[in-house]
Design a protein around this ligand. Structure first.
Ligand code: IPM
Ligand code: MG
Length: 362
């Protein structure tokens, strides 16, 4: 199979971790007889440095011509990077929001899994995590507060800022359907998270989610208010299978969920549209503080690449092989510094990539 892949190395640790994911992918292609064509795409700070804007129309067009996009991370240190002296619409994050919108990537899947081998890194008490947990957050990604109208203006001599939060029923229905489809293949439970005791958008959300649930009789639906959900994630994370929520709540809850696993450097994510196209990126950020030091954990990006093989190319065996290789390397005791514990073998970014590539087999 010919895999036509766009590659956004991005900023901070992005180039280092994407290089390792490509290394492993090249090995997969060699072992399974595929060929990869990579198209380098600039997004975020790297694009600002070259073009003065975080995303160009040419990059959008080039991304659309690919089957899938593999991405590292974007953004820099807001306190020191010159990118953050630009107006907000020209900063790195604006490029990410724009590419999500342009490619219609409305469904963002963020798994949060407690890996057996890494239990020690989990900040929760053992009695809470006994038996492990495995959830996926399905975050709506192209609507809501992050895409509403916004402005700041002086009104009666007082500076006043507006952000608007809008959802229509179609936007809610398509993401809800995705969540139920995924839940059907998992433990058949959807927790829809909203703030229906306050917000109109949330009340519509609840109504549409309930209508959608009628088509999935074997999936259990429950509703949870977002503030309660934030608490439940640390109190009893085992209760969750699929969490379905809107853009901002999903942004916040997915960071929380990844942290309770103790290994954000391990968590993949996929942003999907109605077709097989997807953008795959680690859940963690660009970590400018450790960029260029060769110590970043490439596993989240490698696992995102596995998600790409599975969702965009239907290459399940290959995806399994990548996930198995990661498990094997962890079992052998190799750890990057973020997941290091006593008695384990500390490795750098590139060595971790070599090890995982070395474990890829049919
Ligand atoms: C994320 C990030 C982005 C978001 C930022 C960088 C715009 O936090 O992917 O979660 O809020 O969506
Ligand atoms: Mg976020």
């Amino acid at each position: 199979m010919n895999l036509n892949i766009g590659v956004i190395k991005g900023d901070g640790i992005g180039p280092e971790i994407v290089t390792e994911a490509m290394k492993v992918l090249d090995r997969v292609a060699e072992v399974y007889g595929h060929s990869c064509k990579y198209t380098q795409l600039l997004l975020g700070g790297a694009s600002i440095d070259v073009h003065g804007v975080p995303l160009t129309d040419e990059t959008v067009a080039a991304a659309k011509a690919c089957d899938a996009v593999l991405m590292g991370s974007i953004g820099g240190d807001a306190a020191t990077s010159p990118w953050y002296r630009l107006e907000p619409s020209r900063r790195p994050e604006a490029g990410l929001l724009k590419i999500r919108k342009e490619l219609n990537l409305f469904a963002n899947l963020r798994p949060a899994v407690l890996y057996d081998e890494l239990k020690g890194a989990c900040p929760l008490k053992e009695e809470i995590t006994e038996g492990g947990f495995d959830m996926v957050i399905m975050r709506e990604l192209t609507g809501g507060l992050y895409f509403g109208e916004r402005r700041t203006a002086e009104e009666n001599g007082v500076l006043t800022a507006y952000d608007s939060l809008t959802y229509n029923e179609n936007e809610i229905r398509r993401i809800a359907k995705r969540a139920f489809d995924i839940a059907e293949k998992r433990r058949k439970k959807v927790t829809s998270v909203d703030k229906a005791n306050v917000l109109d958008t949330s009340r519509l959300w609840r109504k549409v989610v309930e209508e959608t649930a009628a088509d999935y009789p074997d999936v259990t639906l429950e509703h949870m208010l977002v503030d309660n959900c934030a608490m439940q994630l640390v109190k009893d994370p085992k209760q969750f299978d699929v969490i379905l929520t809107e853009n901002m709540f999903g942004d916040i809850l997915s960071d929380e969920a990844s942290m309770v696993t103790g290994s954000i450097g391990m968590l993949a994510s996929a942003s999907l549209n109605e077709t097989k196209f997807g953008l795959y990126e680690p859940s963690g950020g660009s970590a400018p503080d450790i960029a260029g030091r060769g110590i970043a954990n490439p596993i989240a990006t490698i696992l995102s690449m596995a998600m790409m093989l599975r969702f965009s190319f239907d290459l399940d065996r290959e995806a399994d092989a990548v996930e198995q290789a990661v498990a094997d390397v962890l079992k052998e005791g190799y750890r990057t510094i973020d997941i290091m514990s006593e008695g384990k073998k500390q490795t750098g970014t590139s060595e971790m990539g070599d090890l995982i590539a070395g474990y890829i087999r049919r």
